[in-house]
Design a protein around this ligand. Structure first.
Ligand code: UDP
Ligand code: MG
Length: 310
């Protein structure tokens, strides 16, 4: 079978030679074991400002597996992955995506290919533990998965973008025309037969993480807003709660009035604050429901995905 390995690279000059050396060794051995017939390692340069592209050019001339794709400017990890996937469709039986920094255990690619050959269209790489992460990254990542689940987004905990997609899954994924990409959520929507491989996450081989805290936060916000209209519903809910408080308030005011415990003007003021607040929030929520519908429409996601036809 033919395999493509897509690797997004943003300012990765310090790691590329080593990544390429290890991958080439792996691919050589997989071809020798007849697990693969052909392989392309596609390095996608995501608008790097260092020598990443020069290194890719050099690798391309010296290594028959190495191919390169240079994006004109930095468009982010998810879009760079997408570019690589679009280049791979129709040219391979399966595609593996992984990071350039060797944090993903490349030897698990072999297990992924074996799983693919056993009939699994999607194979997720899942981290065993987060012992290499700082306490902060670990905590934020775990609470992110929890929050996403609460918002009704189906995600696999501890799975990033290290995965194999068979050609059917790849083709189906590329049917999603949306611009705000959140690949790990989108792949879950495909519904193909899936399997898992577990790996120990290494330290970054060299260089610094390209995801700053600010970028991580905006990635999380993107993930939620690309997949869930729950935040809009929450507004409606708060509106309803405020209206409930207004009603309770009214009952309390009437009782207080008959007991002679009221001051002039107090009742109308208190009631209108809660009532108007509740009404406003509720109305925004209703408008939100329609915006949610528009949002789902403009995504133009496929209505169904065909797995087989006989
Ligand atoms: N990356 C990219 N474009 C970006 C940021 C990151 O292509 O704008 C690539 C980066 O080169 C690496 C992968 O995405 O191959 C994951 O990034 P990184 O390892 O820095 O993230 P972390 O592992 O710290 O979450
Ligand atoms: Mg990394």
């Amino acid at each position: 079978m033919k395999l493509n390995i897509v690797i997004p690279c943003f300012n990765e000059e310090e790691v590329l030679h080593e990544t390429n050396r290890q991958l080439t060794e792996l691919v050589d051995s997989m071809i020798k074991e007849k697990l693969l017939t052909e392989c392309i390692i596609l390095y996608v340069d995501d608008g790097s400002e260092d020598h990443t592209w020069e290194i890719i050019e050099e690798l391309q001339t010296t290594n028959p597996y190495a191919h390169g794709l240079k994006l004109a400017h930095n468009v982010g990890h998810q879009n760079a992955l997408w570019a690589g996937l679009e280049q791979s469709v129709g040219k391979c039986d399966a595609v593996v995506t992984m990071d350039a920094d060797l944090q993903h255990d490349i030897h698990k690619i072999q297990d992924m290919v074996v799983a693919y050959q056993a009939g699994y269209e999607v194979v997720y790489g899942i981290r065993n533990s987060r012992s290499n992460d700082s306490g902060f990254k670990k905590r934020t990542a775990l609470s992110f998965y929890k929050l996403m689940q609460k918002m009704g987004v189906d995600l696999i905990p501890n799975h990033a973008d290290f995965r194999l997609l068979g050609k059917n899954a790849l083709q189906a994924l590329l049917e999603f025309p949306e611009r705000n990409l959140f690949l790990r959520g989108m792949v879950r929507l495909l519904g193909f037969k899936e399997n898992y491989v577990y790996f120990d996450c290494n330290e970054r081989f060299a260089g610094k993480s390209k995801y700053s805290t600010k970028r991580m936060f905006s990635f999380a916000v993107d993930g939620i807003t690309s997949f869930s209209v729950q935040p809009l519903r929450i507004i409606t809910l708060i509106g309803v709660v405020c209206l409930g408080v207004a009603v309770a308030e009214m009952i309390y005011i009437i009782v207080a009035y008959f007991q002679g415990r009221t001051i002039q003007g107090w009742a109308s003021l208190l009631f209108s604050v809660w009532f108007l607040g509740g009404l406003l929030l509720f109305s925004i929520g209703v408008v939100g429901e329609y915006i949610g519908k528009i949002y789902k429409e403009v995504k133009r996601r496929p209505r169904y995905i065909i797995e087989k036809q006989i």
